[in-house]
Design a protein around this ligand. Structure first.
Ligand SMILES: NC(=O)c1ccc[n+]([C@@H]2O[C@H](COP(=O)([O-])OP(=O)(O)OC[C@H]3O[C@@H](n4cnc5c(N)ncnc54)[C@H](OP(=O)(O)O)[C@@H]3O)[C@@H](O)[C@H]2O)c1
Length: 325
């Protein structure tokens, strides 16, 4: 038996239940991982509240990213052996001391990346890789607007886009968050709880607006985000921290300047193993070079997962949060 945090009924953070579960021997194509660190992500909240239904139904073990060592391998697995250091995004199922993982979802960790760093960055950092290199190619001289710039995805994206030569403008919920975002590559910050962020983007860019807006907030920043984008620019809606964007008229994109809009997810970009390996390797390179630093703002014991969710949802957190079994 191993300790795990499960959801038996969807609801608030209190439904995260710390208990003992059985982990069977790995089946064909699976590895058993002894976990050293587990990432906390907003997607864990979406599953917990039932916005995303858990594929296997209730109860389910929460969590979507983790890192650890291979404890056992199932039949047909040739890429991994016992003792290998691995990390992966595969969820729900990660808030546990040990678990089975499909081997084709795991990647080997370079010696330079610690388990805690990996758990803090695999989901968020691979997301940033596809956002700035694949969904929209950020280039030198571009203006980029990142909402929630001091968050987990936010701090990584600000650094990466800055590294690519873009001017990053970030919205943040407090002065302390503004300072943190600026220390991580965000050139201009906007306190979007007090200021009109559209007016500020116009002012900062001298009316040129942004080539791309990365919006993980959803309901609260739509459709205003569209007014921050230059003609033929790109609106990337990649999350719903304030709730999902409601149905809207496609013609809006015409009136706002023939905009492009997409609603991407990491699962699609890493569906093929070759793409997963390429994206992970780009992430390891940019972190290994020091261009992107992974900010772990808080470590919680696994049994305190509910507190980690409270902190994330109350907008109190910055950077990445991890659970330690
Ligand atoms: N599509 C994908 O592939 C993908 C992958 C990973 C993450 N995501 C999305 O990326 C976004 C960020 O994820 P994260 O895990 O790094 O979280 P996070 O940014 O660390 O936390 C969310 C932040 O959103 C802001 N926020 C604004 N309105 C909010 C509200 N009503 N409730 C809660 N927070 C609110 C807060 O920052 P301020 O105080 O600064 O406003 C808060 O700190 C989420 O939407 C997530 O779903 C998408």
């Amino acid at each position: 038996m191993v300790a795990a945090v499960r959801v038996h009924k969807v609801g608030g953070p209190e439904v995260l239940t710390y208990e003992q579960i059985e982990v069977p021997a790995p089946g064909p194509g699976q590895i058993r991982v002894r976990q050293h660190a587990i990432g906390v992500n907003f997607i864990d909240v979406y599953f917990r509240i039932g916005l995303y239904p858990a594929p296997g139904g209730l109860p389910f073990v929460a969590g979507a990213e983790a890192a650890g060592e291979v404890a056992d391998v199932g039949p047909g697995v040739s890429d991994f052996k016992r003792g290998d250091r691995v990390a992966y995004v595969s969820g729900p199922g990660c808030y546990t001391e040990e678990r089975l993982v499909p081997a084709d979802r795991a990647v080997k960790l370079p010696a330079s990346i610690s388990y805690e760093q990996a758990a803090a960055m695999m989901l968020k950092g691979m997301t940033v890789e596809y956002l700035v290199r694949r969904t929209f190619k950020v280039e030198k001289g571009m203006n980029v607007l990142m909402h929630a710039a001091a968050g987990g995805v936010g701090l990584i994206l600000c650094q990466w886009a800055n590294h690519l030569g873009a001017t990053v403008i970030g919205t943040v919920g407090s002065k302390a968050k503004a300072e943190l975002a600026r220390a991580h590559g965000c050139r201009h910050t906007i306190l979007y709880r007090d200021e009109d962020f559209v007016a500020r983007v116009k002012e900062i860019t001298g009316g040129k607006l942004c080539d791309v807006v990365y919006d993980g907030i959803g309901k609260a920043t739509f459709p205003a985000s569209l007014d921050c984008i230059r003609p033929l620019g790109m609106f990337v809606s990649f999350g719903s921290a304030s709730g999902p964007i409601e149905a809207f008229n496609m013609n809006l994109l015409q009136f706002k300047g023939s905009l492009f809009a997409t609603r991407p997810t990491l699962n699609t970009y890493t569906a093929k193993r070759d793409d997963l390996l390429a994206i992970a390797s780009e992430l390891f390179a940019v972190v290994g070079s020091g261009a992107v630093k992974i900010e772990i703002s808080h470590k919680y014991p696994l049994r305190d997962a509910a507190q980690a969710h409270r902190d994330l949802e109350s907008r109190a957190s910055t950077g990445s949060l991890i659970l330690v079994p």
